[in-house]
Ligand binder design. Sequence first.
Ligand SMILES: Nc1ncnc2c1ncn2[C@@H]1O[C@H](COP(=O)(O)OP(=O)(O)OP(=O)(O)O)[C@@H](O)[C@H]1O
Ligand SMILES: NC(=O)c1ccc[n+]([C@@H]2O[C@H](COP(=O)(O)O)[C@@H](O)[C@H]2O)c1
Length: 384
Amino acid sequence: MDPTNDPNFTPPSLNKDIQPTAPSSQIPKNIPIEPLVLADLGNAMDAPSPHPSSGRSRVHMVHEDMKADQYKSKIPRKHTDLVNSSSDDDANVPEQILPPSAKVKSTQIADLEEVPQGIQRQSKTLEKYSFPTHRLGTMMRDDTKYPLVIVACGSFSPITYLHLRMFEMALDAISEQTRFEVVGGYFSPVSSNYKKQGLAPAPHRVRMCELACERTSSWLMVDAWESLQPKYTRTALVLDHFNEEINIKRGGIMTQSGEKRGVKIMLLAGGDLIESMGEPDVWADQDLHHILGKYGCLIVERAGADVRSFLLSHDIMYEHRRNFLVIKQLIYNDISSTKIRLFIRRGMSVQYLLPNSVIRYIQEHKLYINETEPVKQVMADKTD
Ligand SMILES: Nc1ncnc2c1ncn2[C@@H]1O[C@H](COP(=O)(O)OP(=O)(O)OP(=O)(O)O)[C@@H](O)[C@H]1O
Ligand SMILES: NC(=O)c1ccc[n+]([C@@H]2O[C@H](COP(=O)(O)O)[C@@H](O)[C@H]2O)c1
């Protein structure tokens, strides 16, 4: 996690020509994510306080919403929910899934579980790029909440079930503990200029993320903008890009009552990434204020990273502490892309660590086979 590997990298403290971040006036007024404030004590944790636009009493609203939302999914699903292929009920099984002439190759069988839906591929050039919105919510489900889009920046070389799980953990934490409504989720793979060891070319990483999203999720999307940039793009500017596309160009999201509302954009990251914010000259202080102050951060705890102590000890983090949500991993998952690459290089199985469609893509494109990443470093870096 270190853009300093880029030969063109200039430490933030020495870089006088650092590209400025978006002015505050262009970013919706920050509403802290902090789930529990003193005023909330005594109320149910998942009960949102009334939105300024709502005249309903809190007690009435909580009761009503809990009943109505009990069996609803937590985000707007524009496409139908995943086809339930695990049902034992024969009546629900379509009589014929494939035409009788179709032959299923043995390598395809596993994919039958991964139902592709909402396919929209990103262009491979910046000229033809357009921001993906096919799974972005267009209307709030609950006007008493605040809209939120989650963005995960990273290498995703390759994307794993842990990266996908991070979004689901975030979704649960947000709906249980905050007054926000998630209206979209994006992977933003870093460009090839990041020069990190084990980084497959950006178009491959984007395509693997797309396969994973379209085949295993009904709400996640991939944005190729960052990966298509001619230079490494700082995360602060990546978040500005999302703000520009969602809030400036599209005016935010429509409420049930017909007005547009600004969408909060938050960075989804693992504890290790957050701790890298304390390393000298990897992140510019102004960027940290921008990311943490104007946007916010959803942090998935990771083994070996004591996020809470770090947040307490770091001055900038502490200043923006109300804009963080630390997400506890209740079922611990530590799938590592580095180890996946090593397994592939050694001809070992990676089944059930990443989607089958991604495994197949890696095989077809012979990715990670000829890596030269030092094994000792791989194991040393990733053992807990
Ligand atoms: N085990 C984990 N627990 C929590 N977060 C994780 C874990 N692994 C990765 N992440 C987070 O996933 C995001 C994307 O990770 P990224 O692909 O850049 O690195 P990685 O998964 O650690 O891969 P690599 O092994 O190549 O460094 C980052 O925010 C990172 O902190
Ligand atoms: N100054 C910065 O904006 C900065 C510094 C370090 C990492 N990052 C980002 O964090 C992510 C980290 O990815 P890795 O954990 O794979 O290195 C990448 O998306 C990278 O662009 C940003």
